[in-house]
Design a protein around this ligand. Structure first.
Ligand code: NAP
Ligand code: HSE
Length: 445
């Protein structure tokens, strides 16, 4: 064992940073035994030095001057767990330029500026590791980067946001109100500082952008991801899903298509009705799960805690040990240079859909609606009608009926035209939820 300690500069001491300090304190002898390292936190940057911290460390190492840490010659490795784009981006670039390996959990930063940061790490000849940025504590980035390096990846699909999975689980299983479930997720440390990023699908969009970049070797940024969140999911949608053998999940999907003009990609986040028989339907609470479909390996599934201080800090700690070992060996990893992606426009995508309408309850209305669907090439897989006095009819007037359709696969363009035509019908009072369905055929592909 090399007796000199690895001195860590920690940028941020919130949920993840304080858990990392605690893990390092608890696992010191294990790290020493397994990796021959003595890892010490030598400096900690925060915004508010007077805020109480759940972990103990010497006052002298606390500062509000993060910029001084990243150029401090006595700091060996920098861990960035402050979040946000700036000043995090400038600090990471400065640390890399100073020859320090960087570990970050910051998916927002990597999804917007990954290519720039990876190139900076390569130029400096040091590691930039980010296991915690995707799916929290699940070891997924390293298998994707290393174990699957020789594997053409066709699709990655998963539950990548713990906060929304927690909210949907509580709404489904306990009938919880959306706002109460969100407050619980925040109290448990799952949510981002601004939970809008979680509930509007932006956090998962950042993660799938990072995953798509690594899986397909191109520079996918979060601005290229078609993102939709869960804030419009209603208790009625959940009740319909439950009665019909589905569970609503927020899925992040990255898919590659071979075309005559080369590869095209889809990167998207949206709520999906997942069949209750599919393994993703049983991923509950803040757990995440990621499916990978490779050419030779077939289907793989990764499962574990996607959010929270300790699970996320566990992923950061693994990276910190790897980067420290590499630093001592004068080695570093690289994801290589990233090409330019060709993103398939969202109006050229297709999926089965769930479609909910409120219409006037009188003879001939259902036939009119069915013919609008048929005229637009939308094939109905199943249909259910609920009256005002039924379980799903709570918000209906006496002369209204609720119509819930599940369609076969329909193109986005045809669906948009169908919805416009339905809205223009005198007998349709309102078009409610329109949610993708993971069909059995997609589940098996
Ligand atoms: P957090 O609890 O809000 O902590 C952020 C920390 O950074 C705080 O200590 C804050 O200081 C400090 N900070 C923020 N801006 C700063 C600045 N300009 N200068 C110095 N310090 C600054 O956030 P978190 O939940 O630990 O998340 C950190 C990162 O990990 C984010 O990128 C997040 O996306 C990612 N992540 C989080 C989770 C999770 O479950 N929480 C999981 C995976 C990845 P004060 O304490 O003084 O305010
Ligand atoms: N806010 C994120 C989530 C943390 O809920 O999944 C993990 O990235």
């Amino acid at each position: 064992m090399n007796d000199s300690p690895v001195r860590v500069g920690l940028l941020g001491c919130g949920t993840v940073g304080s858990s990392l300090i605690s893990l390092l304190q608890r696992q010191n002898s294990l790290i020493s035994a397994r990796a021959g390292l003595n890892v010490v936190v030598a400096a900690v940057a925060v915004r508010d030095p007077d805020r109480p911290r759940p972990v103990g460390f010497a006052d002298a190492i606390l500062t509000t001057d993060a910029a001084s840490i990243v150029v401090d010659p006595t700091i060996d490795v920098v861990v960035e767990v402050m979040g946000g784009i700036e000043p995090a981006r400038a600090l990471v670039l400065a640390a890399l330029a100073a020859g320090k390996p960087v570990i970050t959990a910051n998916k927002a930063l990597l999804a917007a500026h990954g290519a720039e940061l990876f190139a900076a790490a390569d130029a400096a000849g040091v590691d930039l590791l980010f296991e915690a940025a995707v799916a929290g504590g699940i070891p997924f980035i390293r298998p994707l980067r290393e174990s699957l390096r020789g594997e053409p990846i066709g699709r990655v699909m998963g539950i990548m946001n713990g906060t929304t999975n927690y909210i949907l689980t509580r709404m489904t299983e306990a009938g919880a109100q959306y706002s109460d479930a969100l407050a619980e997720a925040q109290a448990l440390g799952y949510a981002e500082a601004d939970p809008t990023a979680d509930v509007e699908g932006l956090d998962a969009a950042a993660k799938i952008a990072i995953v798509a970049s690594i899986a397909f070797g191109v520079d996918v940024t979060d601005s290229m991801v078609d993102a939709e969140g869960i804030s419009s999911i209603t208790a009625d949608d959940i009740a319909f899903a439950t009665r019909n053998g589905f569970v609503i999940k927020l899925l992040a999907v990255a898919e590659r298509f071979d075309t005559d003009h080369g590869d095209e990609l889809i990167a998207a986040v949206h709520p999906v009705l997942v069949p209750a028989t599919h393994p993703l339907s049983s991923v509950r609470d803040s757990f995440n799960a990621v499916f990978v479909e490779g050419e030779a390996v077939g289907e793989l599934m990764f499962y574990g805690r996607g959010a929270g201080g300790d699970p996320t800090a566990s992923a950061v700690l693994g990276d910190l040990i790897d980067a420290s070992v590499n630093l001592r060996a004068g080695a570093h990893g690289s994801i290589g240079s990233l090409g330019t992606p060709r993103i398939r426009p969202s109006d050229q995508t297709s999926s089965a859909h769930y479609l909910s309408l409120v219409a006037v309850d009188r003879p001939g209305v259902l036939a009119t609606i069915a013919s609008v669907l048929g005229d637009n090439g939308v094939s109905i897989a199943s249909m259910a009608q609920s009256a005002a006095d039924s379980e799903l009819g709570g918000s209906l007037a006496d002369d209204e009926a609720r119509l819930d359709f599940i369609t076969h696969r329909v193109g986005r363009r045809e669906l948009t035209a169908t919805l416009a035509a339905l809205r223009s019908l005198e007998a349709v009072r309102r078009v409610g939820s329109v949610i993708r369905v993971l069909s059995e055929e997609e589940s098996e592909s």
